[in-house]
Structures are given as structure tokens and as C-alpha cells.
Design a protein around this ligand. Structure first.
Ligand code: TYM
Length: 341
């Protein structure tokens, strides 16, 4: 069961459930990240006990230069603060600052049959395409499961591209709970209204690894350039041909940047408007939408201390939760000194 939450849904009184999500510091935040996940990170921080992680251990599967990874982690903290995460209202952590993520992942590894791990679509894709392919990549979803339930989080704001990973997390939890004790809740995804956002090629998911993104904090001219290069309806060859907004990625994105998207789609369908003007309008709207966040980000970036202070406060805030969960886990599986009952 998943859920789409609007920003004004009330939290159940007296039951502040825990929300957790992670984002890889493998490149600049893009429209898919924002529309699919970050918008909900922000919306949920007031109604839940929210923890968000820069998952640098996950990014080790693709970023293989130490200085680059450090810089990208730093940049991602700035991105998250700029989109509206407030360290007073949520905890922002760096995964590697909490080594128990890796410890719990190892314990889960011993509960997960290899065949389950081999179903991981990212791993299969890399294997089939003959790409660099590590044990870490195979194991990536196990670490993701550990991330979430280390905090006993029950809700996970993610984009719809993560549905399979969340289902896998629930299977991992069930395998652990069955073998040892009912320690963990089964986490459920929380989706925004957005579908899996397609990249500028109009075919593949927008993703840093595919190099088809529109970074939300890019300079306005760069956003214009990228939007103008977006593939629209491939069957609309001439300006006078009617378009199919349902297959046009530009028309679909308009949905999130103005209440008049139905008119815009109608303009395309009837050839009243051309792809060029629809793209120009989209580019300007994206730039305007992110302008206050871009300004805020520039202010934050000028403050040399804010990132590390935020992460240090986040690590302190989650420490008691981590200690409590891991004490239960170590007791259940029989590692570490026996605790006095
Ligand atoms: P990552 O870093 O690829 O993406 C971060 C978030 O952005 C969402 N997203 C998208 N949503 C819609 N359309 C897109 N094109 C798109 N691209 C990215 C993702 O769904 C995600 O919510 N495996 C995760 C990171 C992770 C994690 C976790 C997430 C590690 N541990 C624990 C949740 C809970 C990932 O690679 O996200």
C-alpha cells in the first residue's frame, strides 16, 4: 500500500510516525528528484518525525573519487536546505556518519537469499549491459532497507521509480522478523502526484547517471538550453501537425508549473501553439519556480559552516534512536556483550 499525501493532510494526533528518506550525492538535484521526492520531504517535516540522509555509502557504487564524493555530499546538503528542509524541524544526516547503517546491512545480508538480491533491476541492467558491476551494487537495496528501518521509519517519501526497492525493503524486514523477533515495522512509500519524471530525451527516467537531467539549481540560461533541447511528441513533425500532449514530456511537466496546463495541452493538441513556445514558457516557469530557492542556496553556500553544523546536529539527534534499535537487534541476533536484563 502506498500513499499520496497532500501538504495539508493532518497528522494523526499524538502519533508522530517516523519518516525516513535518502538521496544519493551523485550529482546535482534535478526535476525528477524535486517533483518525485524532495517536495514531499519538505511537506512531511512538520507532521512527522523526519530524518533525511545523504546516502554517501550508496554513492560509492558510482562515484569513485574521494574529493568528488565529498564535494557532492556537501552540495546535496545545500540543495536540501535550499528546497526547504529546516534542521529545526527535521534531522539531516550523512549516512557514513552513522556506521550502524552498514552494520545493519550486513546483518540483513545474512537473512537475504542471493536470488532475491539478483532481482535488483539496477544490478541486472548493469550486468546485462556489461557495465562495471560490484558486489556493492548487488547489495545496494539491502543497505537501503537498513537505512530505513534503523530508525524504525514506517513511511518513506520517494519517487515512483523506487517502488521495487521499497517492496524489497519490506521483504527484507519480514525475513529478519521471521527469523529473530518482530523488531521492525514494514516501511511504506509516500508518493507525490508526480509520475516517474522522464529526462530531456523523453524516453528514459530523468537520472544523473543517464545524463538527461534538468538540474533545478542550474543557471537560468542553462535551464533554457536544456528545456529547449527536450524531445517532444516525435510524431509532431511540422508546426501545423496536431500534437499528443499525453506523450509529450514538455506538456506533462507543465502540470507542475502552472494551473493552466490543460489549456497548454489543448494548444498542443490542436496545433494552436508550437513546441518551441511551449518549451520557452516551461523554461521560464521552472526558472521562476526555483528562483527563491536558488537565491537561498547562494546565501547558504556563502556560509562556510552551515553544512557541517547541520550534519553534526543531525548525527547527534539520531544517535539515541540508532542506539536503541541496534541494542534490540544485537540482542535478537546474539552479537556484542549481553545486556543486563
Ligand atoms: P536517488 O538518489 O536516485 O533519488 C533521490 C530521490 O529522487 C527520486 N527520483 C525521481 N522521482 C521521480 N522521477 C525521477 N526521474 C526521479 N529520479 C529520482 C527517487 O525516487 C528518490 O526518492 N535508492 C535511492 C536512495 C536511497 C534511499 C534510501 C531512498 C538510499 N537509501 C532509503 C529512500 C530510503 C536512490 O537512488 O535515490
Amino acid at each position: 500500500m502506498s500513499q499520496t499525501l497532500a501538504a495539508d493532510d493532518p497528522a494523526a494526533p499524538g502519533t508522530r510516525e517516523r519518516v525516513f528518506s535518502g538521496i544519493q550525492p551523485s550529482g546535482a538535484s534535478h526535476l525528477g528528484n524535486y517533483l518525485g521526492a524532495q517536495a514531499n520531504y519538505v511537506a512531511l517535516q512538520d507532521r512527522y518525525d523526519a530524518i533525511y540522509a545523504i546516502v554517501d555509502l550508496h554513492a560509492l557504487t558510482t562515484v569513485h573519487d574521494g574529493e568528488t564524493l565529498r564535494r557532492l555530499s556537501h552540495e546535496m546538503v545545500l540543495d536540501l536546505l535550499a528546497v526547504g528542509l529546516d534542521p529545526q524541524r527535521c534531522s539531516l544526516i550523512r549516512q557514513s556518519d552513522v556506521p550502524e547503517h552498514a552494520e545493519l546491512a550486513w546483518i540483513f545480508n545474512t537473512c537475504v537469499p542471493v536470488a532475491w538480491a539478483e532481482r535488483n533491476p539496477t544490478y541486472k541492467e548493469a550486468r546485462d549491459e556489461g557495465k562495471e558491476n560490484s558486489v556493492g551494487l548487488l547489495d545496494y537495496p539491502v543497505l537501503q532497507a537498513a537505512d530505513i528501518v534503523l530508525y524504525k521509519a514506517s513511511r518513506v517519501p520517494v519517487g515512483k521509480d523506487q517502488a521495487a526497492h521499497l517492496e524489497f525493503s519490506r521483504e527484507v524486514v519480514r525475513a529478519f522478523n521471521r527469523r529473530y523477533a518482530p523488531v521492525f515495522p514494514e516501511p511504506q512509500p509516500v508518493y507525490t502526484e508526480a509520475p516517474v519524471v522522464l529526462g530531456i530525451d523523453g524516453v528514459r527516467k530523468m537520472s544523473k547517471s543517464a545524463g538527461n537531467t534538468i538540474p533545478i539549481f542550474a543557471e537560468p540560461d542553462e535551464i533554457r538550453r536544456l528545456v529547449m533541447s527536450m524531445v517532444t511528441d516525435p510524431l509532431r513533425i511540422k508546426r501545423t501537425d496536431p500534437g499528443r500532449p499525453e506523450v509529450c514530456n514538455v506538456c506533462q511537466l507543465h502540470r507542475f508549473f502552472g494551473a493552466d496546463y490543460l489549456q497548454i495541452q489543448d494548444g498542443e493538441r490542436t496545433a494552436r501553439t508550437g513546441c518551441v513556445e511551449t518549451k520557452q514558457l516551461l523554461a521560464e516557469r521552472i526558472i521562476e519556480f526555483f528562483r527563491p530557492m536558488r537565491e537561498r542556496r547562494a546565501e547558504l553556500a556563502a556560509d562556510g559552516a552551515v553544512v557541517e553544523e547541520t550534519l553534526a546536529a543531525g548525527a547527534d539527534a539520531v544517535r539515541p534512536i540508532v542506539d536503541a534499535t541496534m541494542a534490540e537487534v544485537r540482542d535478537a541476533v546474539g552479537i556484542g556483550p549481553r545486556r543486563v536484563a
